[in-house]
Design a protein around this ligand. Structure first.
Ligand code: SAM
Length: 214
């Protein structure tokens, strides 16, 4: 059981200090399912794409190659952000924001976004207040007609990752969390396989569209 004053920033900084990206349990050499879902969102090159807890994901490089000009990268770990900045060689079109999604400060001031993408981040938030703060931020910043992609460990998926307990999800739970202003467009059960060690993890990938903004 983790203490309520546990320092998650240090936890994640240590994970990124001690491991090369390829050795991390969530490393994807080809984030193809995220890309497939992003392609269904009718985005244009000036759309604002928000990546929650991006880590050192290869997704960002692919999005830049596709020509997206407004990408906001967030992570709680400043080490992860530095590593990603080095990989991307400080592209001016990308904004990096080190902040905690469960206690947002800088994040609560960002402009509205067309896409919120989260792979393997929300499922770390165990406490009610963490989940509430996360979803309140999401609901504040996602535009009407904007899209939300949430990819989390499935109910029969892993119970621990990176030394932390997991809060597992299925599509019904995500529908309930987002509420009536969001319509589910797709839900896919997906078994991820680590490209180097072959470990498997069961995810639920979901794509939602915002149909109301009150
Ligand atoms: C399992 S990794 C997934 C990284 C990336 N999304 C991917 O798919 O490769 C979880 C990421 O969430 C970040 N993270 C964890 N808690 C966070 C929080 N409260 N706010 C922002 N980022 C957080 C971690 O630093 C880490 O980079």
């Amino acid at each position: 059981m983790i203490e309520s004053n546990y320092n998650y920033k240090t936890h994640w900084d240590n994970a990124y200090k001690k491991n090369s990206s390829k050795n991390l349990g969530w490393f994807e050499s080809d984030p193809k399912l995220s890309i497939e879902l992003i392609e269904k969102c009718n985005l244009n090159k000036n759309s604002v794409l928000f990546n929650a807890g991006a880590g050192t994901s290869k997704l960002i490089k692919i999005l830049i190659k596709k020509g997206f000009k407004n990408i906001i990268i967030n992570d709680i770990s400043s080490i992860a952000i530095k590593k990603l900045q080095n990989k991307l060689q400080n592209k001016p079109s990308i904004k990096f924001i080190q902040d905690d999604l469960t206690n947002p400060k800088k994040l609560s001031k960002i402009n509205k976004v067309d896409l919120w993408h989260d792979r393997a981040v929300l499922h770390f938030f165990q406490e009610k207040y963490q989940q509430e703060n996360y979803f309140n931020l999401l609901k504040k910043v996602v535009k009407k007609d904007g899209h939300v992609i949430l990819c989390e460990f499935n109910l029969d998926g892993a119970k621990k990752c990176c030394g932390l307990d997991i809060f597992n999800y299925d599509k019904k739970m995500l529908i309930k969390k987002l509420g009536k202003d969001f319509e589910l467009l797709e839900a896919i059960n997906y078994t991820y396989k680590h490209p180097y060690n072959g470990n498997k993890r069961k995810y639920i990938y979901t794509l939602f569209k915002r149909i109301n903004y009150n």
